[in-house]
Design a protein around this ligand. Structure first.
Ligand SMILES: Cc1cc2nc3c(=O)[nH]c(=O)nc-3n(C[C@H](O)[C@H](O)[C@H](O)COP(=O)(O)OP(=O)(O)OC[C@H]3O[C@@H](n4cnc5c(N)ncnc54)[C@H](O)[C@@H]3O)c2cc1C
Length: 478
């Protein structure tokens, strides 16, 4: 019954899109006038750079409204324009509430990409995204603009396994090799040869990525997607989606809903503009659970589909920048210890960034982005044990960011909601959304415009698994 609803909703949305214009929308006659005067003030600095189709107010209609202008939202916008059949055939609007991106996960992340996952889907997403980044200027260059430079550092991730988890590393290695990733397993002796600065005590196995791994500047990637998408005609609006208006219909004893308008509230104002739309993409990162609630998702009676929330919430993570002049050199990998502590080089000159996810019961408050400097005391002993040079270091600075944390299984949630069949999710990537964003954007564009995944099958990441209570396990979460 539910499956029927999905395809019906998808066809309806695509039907509207196929005609290339929103004037075909059934609800045209019902467009409400804005309840208040059109907004005319408070233009943020970013607007100075914008093109004509990016004035402060959003357009009154868009085929696809993307809520959230982080790296995932902008990647989807780019791919939608890349795949549109007729120039300007699809009107895409990206709504971002914070022009400074001060709390966006994208810009506060560690910037890493790796192939070393345990789920084939995650491995394939990394490989496709690495390929995209390798050829980034073929995809995202803009005429008369400087070429894109992601500041990519090619360097493998080095995972270390203790006796207890070595068998898992071996299984992951088989999956990775089978998926086509180039990874090598190292014994403690080989590890010591490769990294003489490591203390191998407690390590029984290590795995090292031979290609498609490293780190890069997340802001560069976000901005490259944004710049290219705008050059292709995507509309951008700095405002907050504060409500979604819907209509309800009943089919086969199931109540379905469709979003008709996204209400966009402008900065420093109580005014909002309703944007009539055929599809809404929820790419609101750590806040996407809240955006889903605007549609009543999770607010229905318990034991019904509408009572199941989108299980994505902010989880605070700290990153510490340390200075250690005698630390490991230029060929330092992105090291992930079995204790959960990770570090990588940060530029040159003996600087590193380090972090660790807290235990479930230690999860910090998420009402601010203040750093718990004391938490570094949990990390430092592991750092110093693994790299004796780190016994003497100085913490230079630190920052905090929110994981878009999927409490159900820490994997992305990608695809349509079964009842609100014009709301698509691209969220919940927890600690790996940045690196997967290029391939996620392409997959979402396929799902929306072609009606199904074409290049990578991501159906395992659908909302359905949450309804059927079947988590998919990724064993290499950092
Ligand atoms: C400390 C840390 C380290 C990380 N390290 C890595 C890493 O090494 N590699 C990796 O791949 N990933 C990493 N991640 C995870 C990664 O950053 C995220 O998965 C990814 O950036 C998610 O992108 P996004 O576009 O969905 O979210 P965001 O970048 O958070 O963008 C979502 C945007 O939606 C906007 N928004 C929210 N609600 C609304 C609304 N109602 N209306 C309008 N706009 C709205 C927000 O303002 C925000 O800008 C890390 C994250 C953190 C916090």
């Amino acid at each position: 019954m539910v499956r029927g609803g999905i395809s019906l909703g998808c066809r309806t949305a695509l039907h509207v899109l196929a005609r290339g214009s929103l004037t075909a929308i059934r609800y045209r006659d019902e467009i409400p006038r804005p309840l208040v005067r059109p907004y005319a003030g408070a233009v943020g600095p970013g607007f100075l750079l914008m093109q004509d189709n990016n004035s402060s107010l959003p357009p009154e209609r868009a085929d696809i409204v993307i809520v959230g202008g982080g790296v995932v939202g902008w990647s989807i916008a780019y791919w939608l324009k890349q795949k549109e059949m007729i120039r300007d055939g699809v009107r895409v609007l990206v709504v971002e509430r914070d022009p400074t991106y001060s709390q966006a996960s994208t810009v506060l992340s560690a910037g890493g990409i790796r192939q070393q996952f345990s789920l084939p889907e995650n491995i394939h997403l990394s490989m496709a995204s690495a390929d995209f980044m390798r050829n980034i200027n073929e995809h995202l260059s803009v005429l008369n603009d400087d070429p894109v430079d992601l500041q990519f550092n090619h360097s493998g991730y080095l995972f270390l396994a203790s006796e207890k988890v070595a068998h898992i590393m071996e299984e992951n290695y088989s999956t990775q090799r089978y998926a086509g990733a180039k990874v090598s397993l190292l014994s403690p002796t080989q590890l010591k040869e490769k990294c003489p600065w490591i203390n191998t005590d407690g390590v029984v196995l290590a795995s090292y990525g031979l290609e498609n791994e490293g780190w890069f500047d997340p802001w560069m990637l976000l901005n490259a997607f944004r710049r290219k998408a705008i050059s292709m005609g995507v509309y951008q609006c700095f405002g907050e989606v504060t409500g979604l208006c819907l209509c309800q219909y009943h089919r086969d004893k199931v109540d379905f809903r469709r979003i008709k308008y996204a209400n966009v509230q402008m900065p420093n104002s109580l005014e909002y503009q309703p944007v009539e739309c055929a599809i809404v993409v929820n790419a609101a990162g750590a806040l996407s659970g809240k955006v889903a609630e605007m549609m009543g998702i999770g607010l229905g009676p318990k034991d019904t589909i509408s009572g199941i929330p989108l299980p994505v919430e902010p989880r605070k993570r700290f990153i510490y920048v340390v200075h250690c002049p005698n630390g490991p050199g230029l060929d330092t990998p992105f090291l992930v210890d079995y204790s959960g502590v990770y570090f990588r080089r940060e530029g040159l000159g003996g600087n590193y960034i380090a972090g660790m996810s807290p235990e479930e019961e230690e999860e910090p408050e998420t009402n601010n982005l203040e750093v718990d400097h004391q938490f570094f005391q949990n990390i430092w002993p592991h750092l110093a044990h693994r790299v004796p040079a780190f016994e003497c270091l100085k913490v230079k600075s630190a920052w905090a960011g929110f994981y878009d944390y999927n409490t159900f299984d820490q994997n992305g949630i990608v695809g349509m909601h079964p009842l609100v069949n014009n709301m698509f999710f691209a969220t919940g990537f927890s600690g790996h959304g940045l690196q997967h964003s290029p391939a996620i954007g392409r997959a979402m564009a396929e799902l929306i415009l072609d009606g199904g995944f074409k290049t990578l099958d991501l159906s395992a990441f659908s909302f359905k698994r949450i309804m059927t209570k079947e988590p998919i396990l990724e064993r290499n979460i950092v």
